[in-house]
Write a protein that binds this ligand. Structure first.
Ligand code: MSP
Length: 523
């Protein structure tokens, strides 16, 4: 079996319902996967939920239900529906409470224990339940308002808890040099560059061993340590393993080898160290390869801080999709925020981009072109005549858009892939304005020129439908329904060959076009 392009999202804590920050990670991962699929690669997108640990347990107890009832409810009522809301085409969804995960986690732990990578010790430190992580002094800041004068977690702005426990440790410190060598030999392993530099200097400053179990005397919502029934597995150690337990680790080597190592693991920058330091070390200990790339994206900010439910700044994805639809959600967040940088969401910016870029820029281009083919040629695609310089220019811009977008995707610069694709949207709009097909249509003698202009515009739309399908799949399917059905399925159109001109066959009758981005009433 040939290796598939394997993309993962982080698995989400089910302490609460999703907000647009979570949806952001999902959309980026989905866009990458769809793009690679349209390169003709086999692809696999994994997402899921992180259900153990104190954070989830406390929210269940706070809601007066058992953690199992709580996680079942949130997964069915909030997290699975999120995938529909933002149109995620994932191949699997793993819950860490599933038997397939638990069994494989225990197998992995046992392998590391037998290999001498785990020992018993005691530890004292500051723990942030929000992050599910021990914090160094450098990770704490002085609190404000109700926590003024107290040291709090820099991410959650809440005080940390003093923990003192005897538990099991993973010999993370043994891997310092191997990790540094790995970063050096694989310069794109951690991206973007700023994230890579941050991780390298963190690892250079020295690694402590990692506490990977919790005593059941405190709580028992987790996976049992296989050799000691009094301990459960630390939630991050359990969670990171989802990336391999979902694809057959310990039970199906063929499947594992067809997917692992993952090609891109998309994570928010807050959880980069777990993925770029602890995770590859765990894999090295188990004699598995690290993923090919970990990409740490930025945060959606509110008032300069990371958007979060606990700070009551979370916006539900449906608040946006109910008005603008999933395509606009996907387009907006992928285009407006450089992937890898932080960014803020604004209703004004979303609404302005929806109108100018999607509805007027792309949607109108499609509806005008198809309306003209209907009006002047009864909806039948005409054979083009001789191409003039303006037509050839459109063909050149199409090549530039495809080549540029492809190169951007290789760098996981999704915003740039959209910007490059938009060169063609803009070019086609000015081409139509300049060629004035409505003027050509007034004289029968211009018929061949009119046919060439409209064929060029239709071909341009075909390229756009192919290129933008990973970003705005619903709109592109509508467009394809009108222009491309005779060529084949849109999802199997190659992005790489999209600009090779002349794929629409003359003589084909166009289908009906539904508005790609319907007008949104002012609210
Ligand atoms: N459960 C862990 C991940 C385990 S992966 C083995 C976790 N869960 S989370 O639900 O808190 O966050 C999941 C993802 O959502 C992270 O990548 C995080 O960065 C992302 N986001 C949460 N809030 C966000 C923003 N405000 N902006 C962008 N992404 C954000 O961490």
């Amino acid at each position: 079996m040939s290796k598939s392009f394997y993309v993962t999202t982080p698995i989400f804590y089910v302490n609460d319902a999703p907000h647009i920050g979570h949806a952001y990670t999902e959309v980026a991962s989905d866009v990458l996967t769809r793009w690679h699929r349209q390169r003709g690669e086999n692809t696999f997108l994994l997402t899921g939920t992180d259900e153990h640990g104190e954070k989830v347990l406390r929210s269940a107890l706070g809601n007066h239900v058992s953690p199992k009832e709580w996680t079942d409810k949130l997964v069915t009522e909030s997290w699975l529906p999120l995938l529909e809301t933002i149109d995620i085409d994932n191949q699997d969804f793993i819950r860490t409470t599933e038997p397939r995960h638990k069994v494989a986690v225990q197998k992995f732990l046992q392998q590391l224990y037998d290999g001498g990578f785990i020992y018993q010790g005691s530890f004292e430190g500051n723990y942030c339940v929000g992050c599910e992580e021990y914090k160094n002094d450098g990770d704490l800041v002085l609190g404000t308002l109700e926590f003024a004068g107290v040291k709090v977690c820099a991410i959650h702005s809440k005080p940390v808890e003093q923990l003192n426990e005897t538990n099991y440790f993973f010999k993370l410190s043994d891997f310092q040099q191997r990790l540094l060598d790995h970063y050096e030999q694989n310069p794109t392993f951690i991206q973007p560059e700023s994230a890579r530099n941050e991780v390298i200097s963190f690892v250079r400053s020295g690694l402590s061993d990692l506490s990977i179990s919790r005593s059941k005397e405190r709580f028992d919502w987790g996976i049992d340590i296989p050799w000691d029934q009094n301990h459960i597995t630390y939630v991050w150690f359990d969670a990171l393993l989802n990336y391999i337990t979902a694809i057959g680790y310990g039970v199906d080597d063929e499947k594992l080898n067809s997917l692992w190592p993952a090609d891109v693991q998309v994570v928010g920058k807050d959880i980069l160290r777990f993925h770029a330091v602890i995770w590859p070390a765990m894999l090295m200990a188990a004699e598995l390869l690290p993923p090919k790339q970990v990409f740490g994206h930025g945060w959606l900010l509110v008032g300069g801080e990371k958007m979060s439910k606990s700070k009551l700044t979370g916006i539900a994805p449906t608040q946006i999709t109910d008005i603008f639809g999933s395509d606009a959600f996907r387009y907006y967040f992928m285009k407006a925020i450089g992937f890898g940088s932080d960014g803020s969401f604004s209703w004004e910016d979303l609404s302005a981009r929806y109108n100018s870029e999607l509805a007027n820029g792309f949607g109108n281009l499609a509806s005008r072109t198809i309306a003209m083919v209907n009006r002047y040629f009864d909806g039948v695609v005409q054979a083009p005549g001789e191409y003039l310089e303006a037509d050839l220019r459109v063909q050149r811009v199409a090549i530039e858009a495809v080549t540029g977008a492809e190169a951007a995707i290789d760098k996981v610069a999704i915003h740039d892939a959209i910007a490059k694709s938009w060169l063609l949207v803009d070019e086609l709009n000015s081409y139509i304005t300049q060629q004035e097909p409505w003027v050509l249509a007034k004289q029968e003698s211009n018929n061949e020129r009119l046919a060439t202009v409209l064929y060029t515009a239709l071909e341009g739309l075909r390229v756009l439908a192919t290129l933008l399908n990973p970003i705005t799949p619903k709109a592109c399917k509508k467009l394809w329904g009108a222009i491309g059905e005779s060529i084949g399925e849109l999802d199997s159109q190659s992005v790489t060959n999209a600009a090779s001109w002349g794929q629409l066959a003359p003589g084909v009758k166009l289908g009906e076009l539904e508005a790609l981005f319907p007008r949104v009433e002012e609210q």
